[in-house]
Design a protein. Structure first.
Length: 589
């Protein structure tokens, strides 16, 4: 599924704006005929979560079913084209109707899905699009939710409201854009890229590509264009059974790198006979990522990851797409000297990946398998997990910013049930993409961890000084050092400290530093940074979190998770200034 673009052969119509919405608490909407239209709904904005847009206290925590309606017109010039409806992200399951016709369904809240609507969409009359959203989670879904209390992972989080597996608010609704687009009947359907850096001093680049087309396409013309619009390479390929593949060798290219994100344009023309019938342009960053001799190498050189775990979270819109908030968050990361982040705990929007490509940030892309309770997993859970891995990789495979795939966060990987489950997941992700390292993020004890050996990188979440040994930074420092050494001695894997931090309430101060003050948060982060950088086997540190974010309600949370070094409205705490001072020394220019 190529991201929709506009050119002389393709057009986009975004349906962002105001939609009618109606709660379906008893799941009676199908019986009542809501699939043909909603007559008495309220207005909500799309893209945005439904929870915080109104003053309705019930809707704020409602995680059941809801129905959306949007009416739109299409140009009659589209009538001879293939027309697709694309949904960038709906939490968590969706069913679609158009003009009373059932179109299809999708399970999973963070990857796009689309349907061919050529035969049912109107180009001479108004169209009615209906989306049913179901946000209920179970032991069969990824992420999980609504598990029996005795199967929860952490006693401290069992009584949170509403009850879901992740320690972040489970925003519901149409959180990303809805797009109607057209393309020719004979079209470029998909592109898979892989780049390598070869030759003396790693200065030459190879761009490998596989192009998938409609069967009617006879050949493709390919050009690689630099930023000065110079044609670097060109090639003509014969398509066979809807496929064409090959390589382009680029002598001394401008490599894509942190802080220097050089992007070429791969321009493809599809021909039927001698006639060009479709075009697609894809940004290409020539770079290579590998794990070798205990180091993470980017273009053959070791790199240390410094950055954040993050959330897509903002006031009112919840997890809804906001281009302005994206820009602000990247500006904050640049200001601190960060070079990377993890998409904790789900794939972020395509626009987030595009910005990372353009701005030169490294991304660990994570599937929504957060806090899997292994005593509750079923074959359906495994199937959902694998399918969402596949959808994530199919969407993000061509982004140079994506340097690793993360298969899970804080599953209870000390249980026997985890061994076979994650061995299968590890094999599967290598089948999907072997060009990037993969990792799992664990909060287990080293002597109990059962699955880390299957992965290239090991992410570790640790909160000594906060959840363990609270307020005791001296003791926390000793335990942290021992904990990290024990993990490395057991698994001999490069380690990323994927989460560490402390809550702080803006404006709360104490001397000496005590928990929840800005001083304590800064002091803890400084201690972690010192210990992490004293360990040669550690290849990165990601602070939890870039900003404060909304969680479920529970006694451990003082109106949000407050571990951000910035507030939820993006103002710096003391820790932000400290991180800027620590990381600017190591900033890659």
């Amino acid at each position: 599924m190529l991201y929709p673009i506009e050119n002389r052969y393709r057009t986009i119509k975004k349906l962002d704006g105001f939609w009618h919405f109606k709660i379906d608490e008893k799941d009676q909407g199908k019986e009542k005929g809501w699939s043909t239209g909603i007559t008495d709904g309220i207005l909500l904005a799309v893209p945005a979560s439904w929870n915080d847009q109104t003053q309705d206290e019930f809707l704020r925590t409602y995680l059941g079913s809801g129905w959306y309606e949007k009416r739109f017109w299409l140009s009659p010039f589209w009538k001879n084209d293939e027309i697709k409806s694309r949904f960038e992200g709906i939490n968590y399951r969706a069913e679609i109707w158009l003009n009373g016709n059932y179109v299809g369904k999708h399970d999973g809240g963070f990857t796009p899905f689309e349907f061919d609507i050529s035969n049912i969409v109107e180009t001479e009359a108004e169209n009615i699009l209906i989306v049913r959203v179901d946000c209920k989670l179970s032991e069969n879904t990824v992420p999980m939710g609504n598990l029996p209390v005795e199967l929860g992972i952490d006693d401290d989080f069992k009584n949170k409201y509403p009850s879901t597996s992740g320690d972040f608010f489970p925003y519901a609704g149409i959180n990303r854009s809805v797009i109607i687009y057209n393309r020719p009947r004979n079209a470029i359907q998909d592109i898979t890229l892989n780049t390598k850096v070869v030759g003396e001093d790693n200065r030459d680049g190879i761009v490998s590509y596989e192009i998938f087309t409609s069967p009617g396409i006879s050949r493709c013309e390919i050009s690689l264009i630099d930023q000065k619009m110079n044609k670097i390479k060109e090639k003509e390929l014969i398509c066979s059974e809807g496929k064409a593949k090959g390589n382009l060798t680029v002598k001394t290219p401008n490599l894509w790198n942190v802080g220097h994100p050089y992007l070429y344009s791969l321009q493809i023309k599809a021909l039927c006979g001698n006639n060009v019938v479709d075009e697609y342009a894809l940004q290409v960053g020539i770079r290579e990522v590998k794990v070798q001799d205990g180091q993470l190498l980017l273009n053959g050189k070791p790199i240390f990851l410094q950055g954040f775990a993050r959330h897509e979270d903002f006031h009112i819109i919840g997890r809804g797409t906001s281009h302005a908030v994206m820009i602000k968050d990247y500006e904050l990361m640049k200001w601190t000297g960060a070079n990377s982040f993890r998409t904790s705990h789900y794939p972020y929007s395509t626009e987030q990946m595009q910005l990372a490509d353009c701005l030169g940030f490294l991304v660990i892309d994570e599937v929504p398998a957060v806090s899997l309770a292994m005593r509750s997993v079923t074959e359906k859970t495994l199937h959902s997990h694998k399918r969402q891995l596949k959808e994530m990789i199919e969407r993000d495979k061509n982004h140079p910013s994506v340097i690793a795939w993360s298969v899970a966060n804080e599953a209870d990987t000390w249980r026997e049930e985890a061994k076979g489950y994650f061995a299968e997941i590890a094999d599967y992700i290598k089948e999907l993409d072997s060009s990037r390292p993969n990792m799992i993020v664990s909060d287990s004890l080293p002597d109990r961890e059962l699955v880390a050996q299957h992965f290239d990188l090991l992410g570790i979440n640790c909160y000594f000084g906060w959840y363990q040994f609270p307020g005791q930074l001296k003791k926390a420092e000793e335990e942290l050092s021992y904990y990290l050494d024990s993990f490395y001695e057991k698994f001999q894997k490069p380690i990323i400290v994927a989460e560490f931090g402390a809550d702080s309430i803006p404006g709360l101060h104490s001397d000496p530093a005590e928990m929840f003050t800005e001083e304590y948060q800064a002091k803890l982060i400084k201690m972690y940074d010192r210990i992490i950088k004293s360990k040669p086997y550690i290849i990165g540190e990601h602070i939890w979190n870039l900003t404060d974010f909304k969680t479920q309600q529970l006694p451990l949370r003082v109106f949000y998770n407050r571990k951000g070094v910035f507030t939820r409205d993006r103002q710096p705490k003391m820790a932000a200034h400290l991180v800027r001072e620590l990381w600017k020394k190591n900033k890659i220019e």
